[in-house]
Design a binder for this molecule. Structure first.
Ligand code: 5GP
Length: 342
């Protein structure tokens, strides 16, 4: 783990409310009168969890219940970046679903601003130290929401582009909604220059939707655990190739039928086929992992050498949504995949 921690890494698939520092979540939950046991039970997915996909998604309720108001959103965002920075993450594309917290007067606009303020706080706080995690924001459309909210999310992203919003994601309970609800907003996002990433193939029986998503040709895809032979062919034949955001522990715990053990994870197959892949965490708090841990797991499960592991970090950077003309790009190209002194 010390090698993978020291490696300068890139995180491309991580949800804000699934990555909240555990001690902070516990103290916020205790302040709401919840018992520590209830906090642990309701905020994690552990090995052997046999709940349905929809029931597993209830783990996010605790974070949503406890993280209320601009100051709390700002604080947890800063802490997540501090934790990632400690873990050797030098660049991250964090994603979150804009939500109003009406009871405390926070609008969706205010929510996005609070996250961006958290980014700034981290950057300013780490200015004097050698390490900081540079962050960009992806706004998520939750599958439970319809076309109108999707359009509003794209508008929010466009309004905050100059502050570091770079893309749109589609996530949430994969058993809900239908692709046609969100496709028009996603097309508009793309035509306005935002990048688009989509969670796909998280449940069986979604082949038709996965095919539609592949035809849309998003800039990246998340998970793709369930992939029919015809969709696998379509994915391989699509040009340019769509990079995959792959989360070993998350997929092992949520899709054990497809990923019964780490060595069976589809990362190995796509990597061997030279399909662009990025190793990511998804929800560090929910799955009890970290990016350096996921890299260490990959080394062990797939027998990667140190040099191959460094290349995996550099491949993730190539799959990022960062503008190649952004001055940060040149800096990241220099450091990502190198061992840092921590
Ligand atoms: P938030 O968007 O509130 O910052 O982060 C938590 C939300 O991200 C969840 O409520 C859910 O909508 C989404 N999310 C987190 N992990 C996953 C995942 O593995 N799959 C999907 N489809 N959505 C997820």
């Amino acid at each position: 783990l010390s090698f993978t921690r020291s490696l300068a890494k890139v995180e491309l698939h991580a949800h804000l409310n699934g990555s909240v520092r555990r001690s902070t979540l516990a103290s916020l939950a205790l302040a709401q009168g919840l018992s520590p046991d209830a906090i642990i039970a309701s905020s994690q997915i552990l090995p052997g969890d046999t709940r349905s996909t929809s029931a597993q998604f209830s783990v996010f309720h605790l974070a949503h219940k406890c993280i209320r108001g601009a100051e709390v959103v700002r604080r947890v965002t800063r802490e997540i970046l501090e934790d990632w920075s400690e873990d050797g993450v030098v660049y991250a594309e964090m994603r979150t679903t804009p939500r109003a917290h009406e009871e405390v007067g926070l609008s969706v606009e205010g929510y996005v601003q609070a996250v961006l303020d958290g980014f700034r706080d981290h950057q300013e706080g780490s200015a004097s130290s050698s390490s900081s995690c540079h962050a960009r924001l992806i706004l998520s459309i939750d599958r439970r929401d319809g076309a109108e909210v999707a359009e509003r999310t794209v508008n929010l992203a466009l309004r905050h582009r100059s502050q570091g919003v770079i893309g749109i994601d589609l996530s949430g309970d994969p058993t809900l909604g239908q692709w046609s609800n969100w496709e028009p907003a996603l097309r508009r996002a793309r035509s306005e220059g935002l990048k688009v990433t989509i969670h796909a193939g998280e449940v069986p029986d979604a082949d038709e939707e996965t095919s539609q998503i592949l035809s849309f040709h998003p800039d990246r895809l998340g998970h793709v655990c369930y992939l029919s032979p015809s969709n696998a062919k379509k994915l391989e034949e699509t040009q340019p190739k769509i990079p995959l955001e792959l989360c070993l522990t998350s997929n092992l715990l949520v899709c054990p039928q497809i990923v019964p053990e780490y060595s069976a994870h589809h990362f190995a197959k796509h990597y061997a086929q030279e399909h662009p892949v990025a190793l990511c965490t998804d929800d560090t708090a929910v799955f009890g992992s970290s990016l350096s841990q996921e890299y260490a797991i990959a080394m062990q499960a797939f027998g990667f050498s140190r040099e191959e592991t460094k290349r995996i970090a550099r491949d993730a950077l190539q799959a990022s949504f960062l503008d190649r003309n952004d001055p940060l790009w040149a800096e990241l190209e220099r450091v990502v995949g190198q061992e840092m002194t921590m």
